[in-house]
Design a protein around this ligand. Sequence first.
Ligand code: CP
Ligand code: NVA
Length: 309
Amino acid sequence: ALQLKGRDFLGLSDYSPEEIRYLLDLAIELKRKRKAGEVYQPLLGKTLGMIFEKSSTRTRVSFEVGMFQLGGHALFLSKNDIQMGRGETISDTAQTMSRYLDGIIIRTFGHRNVVDLARGATIPVINALSDQSHPCQALADYQTVLEMKGRLEGLKIAYIGDGNNMTHSLMMGAAKLGMHFASASPEGYDPSAEVVKQSREVAAQTGGRVDVVRDPREAVEGADIVYTDVWASMGFEEEQKEREKAFKSYQVNEQLVAKAKSDYLFMHCLPAHRGEEVSEGVIDGKHSVIFDEAENRLHAQKAIMAAIM
Ligand code: CP
Ligand code: NVA
């Protein structure tokens, strides 16, 4: 049987293909329950702390709403308003919070902070985005693909643009799920070599495949899914201008998606910059499933919380 109670959710690499599939099925089931108006409150009386060091629309709202729907309560803790912002250590914060709460999510810069919080805490910790990864988004995205395509194994997902936190989580997720992942980034913006290596090791076990190329057309060729993200992630705003130059030929537009399958899905974690990483026609066109992805953050995170808390 699967042992998920009490576990942290820091990255998809810590979860087996079977565990990820279980979470995807649970997310779909919790979505069905919600749409049918069934009340399901396994976390009655439990409280989630939500530490944010960066902005958020989707993550903050979907975790707070999700916790409420599961019968619990969520606390928004802006890093600057808690003592951590004045230098209280992550370890002391983790140990203190563990005396009140039943789970913590954290959105931060350095991934080390996520790991340290999890190490210091005696309650489950969820990674709500670090500079290294965004596993909650990737889980919601693969739920979306599963719902739209009816399967995951064997599908090709092309990721175009900055080799960032999204790239890493989508790559690892695709490898775990037996998919073909192909990313294309400009020189200097490739995904982490370590994550590529780990993902390839996983893919070798699952029948998946991970390609990292330079040419966006090569990545998109025959793809079932075309995914992109902003060129300058949170924390990299001051590089916006130089990045616009570097990424100029990496826009996902009509010409590029013509290389994908005729029934391709366009995906983006949001927030998006129309006219930069994606053309208006593509992101607002009929292949785009961006708001289904956003909705599934709620269902996928409810699945994570119900499983581990
Ligand atoms: N996709 C995502 O995590 O969005 P927010 O930054 O709005 O939470
Ligand atoms: N890569 C983006 C994702 C935002 C949800 C960032 O880190 O800003």
